[in-house]
Design a protein around this ligand. Structure first.
Ligand SMILES: Nc1ncnc2c1ncn2[C@@H]1O[C@H](COP(=O)(O)OP(=O)(O)OP(=O)(O)O)[C@@H](O)[C@H]1O
Ligand SMILES: [Mg+2]
Length: 249
């Protein structure tokens, strides 16, 4: 569903992504981890067509992101780290805003679609609240509702659980998984929470100074001898009970 070949990107001549090659299968959840400033957000923005990568080729559902960014973006939903809500619009209107702008491509009644998306993320009854009245976790959920309302084939999440407590993190993780189950959306999620990643992802990619130094299953990730990965895992004191699927083998 997503194919990245020879992707490199520089800001003002300074390399930030270095020759990344990656294929993401339809319906897969791929987590991206890495050091701060390692290029994770830049990588997501290249995939989504928000920035044009300096070199390399990216296709999403067969569409070349650099050549046809509009066409490619129609297939993608992005959940920004900051949630990026409009503070002057209610929860429902934040979701409706994108739907009305893209209504040509979306079938059905926008109001109904918005209500359904808010229901999905557990915000039924909060439709008329303003962003200032929401908790951090609720803001993230509005961001997710806004993205899934457009029924994209690909969902990109930038640190959806950063700054949330463990319980709220758990519910967002479950939401990301249930969206994948019910919509079949191919998912790329940037995270620095090892427990979340192990719980949700099919595969993990690790970015260090713009280079992808690891790609494998969560189990392989936990067993990796890469020094930077070991440091993150050791610091995170991962609770393996939270990942029962890993304890089976
Ligand atoms: N628009 C920009 N212009 C110039 N430099 C940028 C721009 N966006 C990011 N960078 C630089 O690119 C590098 C990678 O940034 P990026 O935001 O992709 O890292 P990240 O892995 O998402 O980090 P974090 O974990 O802190 O969110 C950083 O050195 C950053 O300063
Ligand atoms: Mg980032």
């Amino acid at each position: 569903m997503i194919s990245v070949r020879g992707l490199s990107h520089s800001f003002a001549g300074r390399p930030v992504l270095k020759n990344i090659n990656l294929e993401v299968e339809a319906g897969e959840i791929l987590a991206i981890m890495g050091s701060s400033g390692g290029g994770k957000t830049t990588f997501l923005r290249c995939i989504s067509g928000l920035i044009a990568a300096t070199t390399g080729e990216i296709t999403v559902d067969g569409v070349d992101v650099k050549k046809e960014p509009e066409e490619a973006r129609r297939r993608m939903g992005m959940v920004f780290q900051s949630a990026a809500l409009f503070d002057f619009l209610s929860v429902r209107d934040n979701v409706l805003f994108g739907l009305k702008r893209k209504r040509k491509h979306i079938k059905g009644d926008p109001e109904e679609i918005a209500n359904e998306a808010l229901d999905r993320v557990g915000l039924k009854g909060s439709e008329t609240l303003m962003p200032a009245e929401l908790s951090g976790g609720m803001r993230k959920r509005v961001g997710i509702a806004r993205a899934i309302a457009l029924q994209p084939k690909v969902l990109l999440y930038d640190e959806p659980t950063t700054g949330l407590d463990p319980i709220t993190t758990y519910t967002i993780d479950d939401l990301i998984k249930s969206v994948r189950e019910t919509m079949g959306a191919t998912t790329v999620v940037v995270s620095h929470d090892v427990t979340s990643v192990v719980r949700t992802a099919d595969r993990v990619a690790f970015l260090e100074d713009g280079a992808m130094t690891f790609l494998g299953t969560p189990k392989e990730f936990l067993e990796s001898q890469n020094a930077a990965i070991r440091e993150i895992i050791d610091k995170s004191q991962i609770h393996l009970d939270a990942a029962p699927s890993l304890n089976k083998s």
